[in-house]
Design a protein around this ligand. Structure first.
Ligand code: NI
Length: 138
């Protein structure tokens, strides 16, 4: 039997949605106000799900302290209070939409040694959220 463990984290960061090879007009047409020159911020909430068998001795899928430490090292340390476009290498050539943020954070967390990271869900605002999930059959 397998269970999932979901844990939430949050960090504030800023971003600007634009492509440098496009004109400002094209960017505004595609990204609206999110293309404005000086960027804007969000309080991102991320929910990480790990899945695996329950260890019969501990009764746990993974130790929360180990997960917290891993997320801190791989994500929060770099992403907290930064301008995503310039301070996160993965976004040098990639628009920092929340879709892409899900993908980048999932990749960074995929090496968690104690259980399998199966999804990363991010709330950008109270109105929208995005989720990157591995296929069930993988
Ligand atoms: Ni935004």
């Amino acid at each position: 039997m397998k269970l999932s463990l979901n844990r939430r984290y949050s960090f504030p960061a800023s971003h600007r949605l634009f492509r440098s090879e496009w004109t400002q007009e094209q960017n505004t047409q595609t990204f609206g106000k999110c293309a404005n020159a000086h960027g804007h911020g969000h309080n991102y909430t991320i929910e990480v799900a790990v899945r695996g068998p329950v260890n019969p001795e501990t009764g746990m899928i993974a130790n929360l302290a180990e997960l917290d430490q891993f997320v801190q090292e791989k994500v929060l340390r770099d992403f907290d209070h930064v301008y995503l476009n310039e301070q996160i290498p993965e976004f040098r050539d990639c628009v920092p939409t929340t879709e892409n943020l899900c993908r980048v954070i999932f990749c960074r967390l995929s090496g968690f040694p104690h259980a399998r990271v199966v999804s990363v869900r991010i709330e950008e605002t109270t109105k929208n959220s995005f989720e990157y999930r591995v296929d069930e059959h993988e």
